[in-house]
Ligand binder design. Structure first.
Ligand code: FE
Length: 291
């Protein structure tokens, strides 16, 4: 069945599904695209949600995400353009700038706001939710925050650039964010026209690509060539490595993988636990100011 086995015995991960994001409104009225965490792709263990936002219309983003809680997982915000101010109930505050990452481990609970630090212009970025194992859901909250200048850019042949936010590439570049519980790889990859990008991924990890601009060509499950365009998410099938090619146009995409937790998931709005009782407890704790 290894239709994509090559002579050197590397099995290329095909794209098993192409997911189109769903328009959604969240926070106090922010218009975004929900890519993971919607009917077409409820989860991609350990990833619980992926929101993409891109707008230069202030009415789409100005309302922001005022004070709200989280428990049981991590929120990962990566900005391409624009600025977001975050502030939590433990006195942690800052601004995420273009190219910057905020990897927030909500753990047992945090109450925070995420508000645009701008009144006009483009706001573009992503929020990914990464699950925590049952035994770590009630850990103390923590942050890993890095501005663009602290995210290494790996330069490859053919003008390919890889921004390494988390994990290590096959060429040895290591990103600043560390999370041994799910061992995530989070790359922002820019590939000029007419090039091919290949990268090994841990075989047992779930993985996806999200096209920021394209198109890119990848192999489908029956060995046909698929074209993924802007805002397509490609779920990668089992295998050892991903391979993507560009045609006439430059492309940019996120490449993300992580170790699946294979545990029951109970969702309740901003809380993700293992059982409904734990969700009830989270709402109760929040209502009674125990965050
Ligand atoms: Fe939040």
């Amino acid at each position: 069945m290894n239709m994509s086995k090559t002579t050197d015995n590397i099995e290329i991960r095909t794209v098993s599904r192409i997911i189109k994001g769903m328009p959604a409104t969240d926070g106090a009225g922010v218009e975004l695209t929900r890519v993971i965490g919607q009917p077409a792709l409820n989860t991609l263990d350990p990833f619980l949600l992926l929101d993409a936002f891109r707008s230069d219309k202030p009415e789409d983003y100005l309302a922001g995400f005022p004070s709200h809680p989280h428990r049981g997982f991590e929120t990962v915000t990566y900005l391409l353009e624009g600025r977001m101010r975050h502030k939590d109930n433990a006195g942690h505050e800052g601004v995420i700038e273009p190219g910057g990452i905020q990897w927030m481990t909500a753990g047992k609970g945090i109450v925070h706001s995420e508000m645009p630090e701008q009144e006009n212009g483009m706001l573009e970025g992503f929020q990914l939710w990464v699950n925590l194992p049952a035994e770590n859901k009630m850990d103390a909250p923590s942050y890993q925050e890095y501005a663009a200048e602290h995210i290494p850019v790996e330069a490859r042949e053919g003008g390919i650039e890889v921004r390494v936010i988390s994990g290590q590439t096959s060429q040895g570049t290591t990103g600043p964010v560390v999370q041994p519980l799910t061992d995530p790889l989070y790359l922002d990859v820019r590939v000029p026209a007419g090039q091919t990008f290949v990268e090994p991924l841990p075989t047992s990890h779930n993985a996806f690509i999200y096209i920021i601009h394209g198109p890119v060509e990848v192999m489908g499950e029956s060995k046909q060539v698929l074209q993924l365009v802007r805002d397509d998410l490609g779920v990668l099938a089992d295998g050892d490595a991903v391979r993507l090619s560009t045609g006439e146009h430059d492309a940019q995409f996120l490449l993300v993988s992580g170790k699946p937790l294979r545990q029951p998931i109970a969702r309740g709005g901003p809380f993700v636990m293992n059982t409904q009782d734990e969700i009830k407890q989270a709402f109760d704790d929040y209502r009674h100011g125990r965050f």
